[in-house]
Design a protein around this ligand. Structure first.
Ligand code: NAD
Length: 443
């Protein structure tokens, strides 16, 4: 099949590469000229394990191409994916301007039947808006052409996106149209061979499913962070509590790690957007509000503990920071807890020596050159003469460091661990003050 994908970000590029890998002919369209020029040369604009190989191979084979030419994109294929960003608007609702621009362009240039597949995360009712935008353009052109809009939310996780796309837990398709349903089945057949992963439903339910999934995951994290905050005050250890509850299959071990708050491009914005949607239909959504409130507070936690440890005297101090990305195996720093921490430290007059295996370029892009941020080429280098080490991301390479090196290099032997990577007893034996999340030493 021939397919067009609008947006070559984390979702669009992975979708394009994976669909090309199974044999479809894919044209990716983006408004970012530098990104498209780079992709034409085989340069991958983001870090996502395995993505470079897929993109380069399929581009060479002629199954994956890139363009900024919107008209060419619309004319290229019957199937048009929309995978552009839906960032939060000022009031927290999803900003649909990019998505509706694409919809209008499809209406402006389409010459025959089109199936428009919405992969972006969008509020319930957006498919109707996409439909209206396309119809309005067709009316302006004095044309009546057949088209349909389906919802096909994406559930990939950054850092494991290729695997998630190639071996999905489920492929949600929202449509009430039999023909569109059949086309979606054909399109996804290569990913659906061992067992039937297709979950068909009506459009509005599919749109809500994506928000419900992210809100549930965010709720699990905020719940565990709330338990961690309680554990600190009660002299309990949240890590033991986590193992104790995870063994119940109704709860399970997945996604119950306490930490310094969730970040990324999805959970914060999607919980907020769902709250907005709720208020628009006159529902208060107290649980969603609490999930977000707990998270906002949790992201300040590491800073508060550092401030407490140094009795408020942070001016002129320097901290080593391990982990800038919002989670391991990505370079994405959108809403990352590291950013909340660094910005608070800078406000207090402290400096940061940071290291991340993949997000250094992104940090440079966001913060530019500044005296208060030294981007180091290794985890060890970040430690030099620092007044403590702070950990914001649980990259594998931080899991078993040589604590003697840490002791040697730090001026003050203290670790503030936002991901509970180490054994408190072991660190205490080494003579390191260890301040983690939800462990009794926080009280
Ligand atoms: P992104 O910001 O990485 O990429 C969006 C891309 O769209 C950019 O390259 C931008 O230049 C391009 N774009 C903007 N306007 C355009 C237009 N008119 N025509 C063509 N391209 C245009 O975004 P993302 O992280 O890939 O997310 C895309 C959508 O998928 C969002 O709705 C997001 O919530 C959802 N989603 C993201 C993830 C994730 O892990 N990142 C997972 C599931 C769903």
């Amino acid at each position: 099949m021939k397919l067009t994908i609008f947006g070559t970000g984390y979702v669009g590029l992975v979708t394009g590469a994976c669909l090309a890998e199974v044999g479809h002919d894919v044209l990716c369209v983006d408004v970012d000229e530098a990104k498209i020029a780079g992709l034409q040369q085989g340069e991958i604009p983001i870090y996502e394990p395995g993505l470079d190989v897929l993109v380069q191979r399929n581009h060479k084979l002629g199954r994956l191409d890139f363009t900024t030419d919107v008209r060419r994109g619309v004319e290229y294929a019957t199937v048009q994916f929309i995978a552009v960003g839906t960032p939060p608007d000022e009031d927290g609702s999803a900003d649909l301007q990019y998505l509706l621009t694409v919809a209008r362009e499809i209406g402006r240039y389409m010459t025959g039947n089109r199936l428009v597949i919405d992969k972006s995360t969008v509020p319930v009712g957006t498919a109707d808006k996409v439909r209206a935008a396309i119809s309005a353009q067709l009316a302006e052109r004095g044309l009546e052409l057949p088209f349909d809009v389906v919802s096909n939310p994406e559930f990939l996780k950054e850092g494991a996106a290729i695997d998630d796309f190639m071996k999905p837990d489920r492929i949600v398709v929202g449509t009430e149209n039999e023909q569109s349903r059949a086309l979606m089945k054909k399109l996804y057949a290569p990913f659906n061979r061992s067992s039937d992963r297709m979950v068909y439903m009506d459009l509005r339910s599919a749109e809500l499913t994506k928000y419900a999934a992210n809100a549930m995951l965010a709720t699990k994290i905020s719940f565990m962070n709330e338990m961690a905050n309680l554990a600190e005050r009660l002299g309990a250890d949240i890590e033991q509590v986590r193992r104790g509850i995870g063994s119940d299959p109704r709860i399970g071990y997945h996604f119950i790690y306490p930490g310094c708050g969730y970040g990324g491009s999805c959970f914060p914005k999607d919980v907020q957007a769902l709250e907005r949607t709720a208020s628009e239909v006159g529902y208060d959504a107290p649980l969603l509000q609490a999930v977000e409130r707990v998270n906002r507070k949790q992201k300040q936690k590491l800073y508060q503990r550092i401030e407490q440890y140094f009795a408020g005297d942070l001016a002129g101090k320097t901290f080593a920071l391990w982990g800038l990305a919002f989670k391991p195996k990505t370079d994405d720093m959108r809403e990352a807890p590291s950013r909340t921490l660094m910005e608070a430290l800078w406000d207090a007059g402290a400096c940061v020596r940071a290291y991340d295996p993949e997000a250094m370029e992104e940090a440079r892009r966001i913060y530019g050159e500044r005296d208060s941020l030294v981007l180091c080429s290794s985890a060890q280098e970040a430690l030099s003469a620092a007044d403590g080490l702070v950990i914001c991301t649980e990259w594998s390479e931080f899991r078993a460091p040589d604590f003697r090196v840490i002791l040697d290099r730090l001026s003050v032997p203290v670790i503030f661990d936002g991901r509970n990577l180490y054994d408190p007893e072991l660190l205490s034996e080494q003579g390191i003050d260890y301040i983690a999340i939800g462990r009794s030493n926080w009280s």
